[in-house]
Ligand binder design. Sequence first.
Ligand code: UDP
Length: 330
Amino acid sequence: MSGKRVLVTGAAGFLGSHLCDRFIAEGCEVVGMDNLITGDLKNIEHLFPSKSFTFFNHDVSNFVHVSGPLDYILHFASPASPIDYLKIPIQTLKVGSLGTHNLLGLAKAKNARILVASTSEIYGDPEEHPQKETYWGNVNPIGPRGVYDEAKRFQEAMTMAYHRFHGLETRIVRIFNTYGPRMRLNDGRVLPAFIGQALRGEDFTVFGDGSQTRSFCYVDDLVEGIFRLLKSDFSEPVNLGNPDEITIREFADEIIRLTGAKTKIVYRDLPHDDPKKRRPDITLAKKVLDWTPKVHRSEGLEKTLAYFKSLDRDELYKKEHKHFDKFIKR
Ligand code: UDP
């Protein structure tokens, strides 16, 4: 891997920034790209002094030009939280579809291997449990989450078409709920929501009755899995996530214990099309990548809490992400 040149899209985001760190640590030259709608330069500013890192502020839904050779492309640019899809639905659709097409074209032109970030959302509100890669999903195309789910489903179809028709080396990772440092505190997802509420002394908002389940994977485990998938010769989609499943109500209790918060739980309406259960079947990842997640939730949550505690107070009380403003029609 050392000496390879890698393009990471969504480089200033949660997963993208951790991937940049990993490839720099492996001795690669990394080209990061992000339009900073949901990403934040703070996540990668520590890389700016490195000669092995360059950054372009660019929206990959428009034609992507990178000069020089590329060995690998990792397409991680996309809004990724349900409230983001509601606020920027068209951008979400475009980056998963047009953005993916642009990057597949770039990979073909550079003769590079491309890995695209897909998602457990392609399974929708699943009728099969746990979810195996062979399951085709139960997605509402016109619901509020459809903009993300269908863009990612199109992304998978387009990626397989480039693989089959052009012989491009492609990899598809289906990412299940992942957490860790550099998540946006106010991105609306359950873990930053609960930790933010704990740190501000607010009540915990549990949506629905809290009986819906999720399975949370620590970011370091996920990055290791992605790294192994990129190096593998496996071109079909692979689930990566931690199969340790928990209800959202139990998760709230866990974070209350962890933070020592003296807050109560309040119940709010369940968002439209919120999946009732989610747990990855990772048999395939074990087999083809020899990968299993190693970080227990108690350890991962400690590290994540330490990160959120290290943020300054302004960040803790900032309700909205500044970059959305220009995209919201008034
Ligand atoms: N959730 C919640 N309270 C919050 C935010 C989320 O109860 O303040 C629930 C949400 O309804 C869902 C689960 O937590 O059932 C995970 O939501 P998240 O937005 O993190 O991601 P998802 O897995 O739904 O994409």
